[in-house]
Design a protein around this ligand. Structure first.
Ligand code: NAI
Ligand code: 13P
Length: 317
């Protein structure tokens, strides 16, 4: 069995470093820059040297022999990356490592894989984990979701390491939704904290945001217990409470009225818009997601968005 990682950003580099502790790993980057010479991804994951077992390449043919391929590119880039490389990817175990909902279609990464590479076995690896923590070998637990239980067991064994413990589920929709939606709620929490609205407001947004996550999950026939696991509740907790999170930091900047580097990968921004569209089409009540989409599009500022949330009709919890 051999493992490759496609996409050498912060997360792809971290996963490759971690997995190289157990065996050879090939990390493919479309642009190697100075990574090969420095044996480190200084731009996205500084101070985390590549171990000997990690082979770096910009030639996709070098991963042709891999049985398991982790896809660590941003959600909105996934389809394009798959469609450009279907020949190499066909028949493999393809594990999405991105979090989000595709803006143009309203579907998650597992469904995108199934559409673009139908003869691959599609899975997703998701849950609370910052790239730097994984690369440094800090203890982390994630969800591995694969509809084919036997393939899921194979992936769980192959991708678990001494410090990276994987739990398994066949509920790919639930796992996709948890990772995608928590980023939207993290933007809301960051915005509330940036605007000085306080810790109590953040706790309210996390809790009511979680209710929105469950509402959409029920509508899409996901298992509610998946949402209460690592990929949902676990990642919501991490992302809404840490300024290591880029989604949370974008929210902070919005709340403070500051600018934010547009080159930073912030998955919750496109996902907020995609989920808002889904909620409108399905007539689902998702007010926090709607508020985040409105603030991102400049239709509301943060204090007005909070006022609108507080002024909603009273209801049962
Ligand atoms: N950074 C983190 O702590 C974590 C990130 N993730 C997820 O991992 C995914 C990737 O995020 P990061 O690695 O952090 O982002 P990043 O911004 O550090 O890196 C993204 C990488 O994707 C590459 N890329 C973009 N389009 C591409 C294409 N068409 N073909 C090949 N490569 C392409 C870029 O060159 C860049 O190296 C996101 O969905 C994110 O939510 C998940 C858990 C933790
Ligand atoms: O998904 C993550 C933590 O689980 C990383 O969060 P950010 O993408 O907000 O940095």
């Amino acid at each position: 069995m051999s493992i490759a990682v496609l996409g050498a950003g912060a997360f792809g580099s971290a996963l490759a470093i971690s997995l190289a502790g157990s065996g050879p790993v090939t990390l493919w980057a479309r642009d190697l820059r100075d990574m090969a010479a420095r044996r480190e991804n200084t731009a996205r994951l500084p101070d985390c040297p590549f171990p000997k077992n990690l082979t770096l390449t910009d030639n996709l043919n070098d991963i042709a022999g891999a049985d398991i391929i982790l896809l660590a590119v941003p959600m909105q880039k996934l389809r394009q990356m798959l469609s450009a490389n279907t020949e190499v990817l066909s028949g493999k175990h393809l594990v999405a490592c991105c979090k989000g909902i595709e803006l143009s279609t309203g579907i998650g990464p597992v469904s995108v894989i199934q559409q673009e590479v139908p003869d691959a076995i599609a899975a997703i690896l998701t849950g609370p984990s910052f790239a730097a923590d994984i690369a440094r070998g800090l203890p982390t637990a994630l969800t591995l979701a694969c509809a084919d239980d036997a393939a899921g067991r194979h992936l769980q064994q192959a991708l678990t390491t001494a410090n990276l413990r994987l739990y398994r589920t066949t509920d790919t929709i639930g796992a996709e939704l948890g990772g995608a939606l928590k980023n939207v709620i993290a933007i809301a929490c960051g915005a509330a904290m940036g605007a000085g609205l306080g810790e109590s407001a953040r706790a309210a947004l996390m809790t009511r945001g979680y209710a929105e996550m469950q509402r959409l999950a029920r509508h899409l026939n996901a298992n509610p217990s998946t949402l209460s696991g690592l990929s949902g509740f676990g990642d919501l907790t991490l992302t809404c409470t840490s300024d290591q999170s880029r989604n949370y930091r974008l929210g902070l900047a919005l709340g403070l009225g500051e600018t934010f580097d547009p080159g930073t990968t912030v998955e919750g921004a496109a996902t907020a818009r995609a989920v808002y569209d889904l909620s409108q089409a399905a007539d689902l009540d998702m007010p926090i997601t709607a508020a985040v989409a409105a603030v991102l599009d400049g239709r509301q500022d943060v204090p007005d968005a909070m006022k609108s949330l507080l002024a909603r009709p009273l209801k049962e919890e």
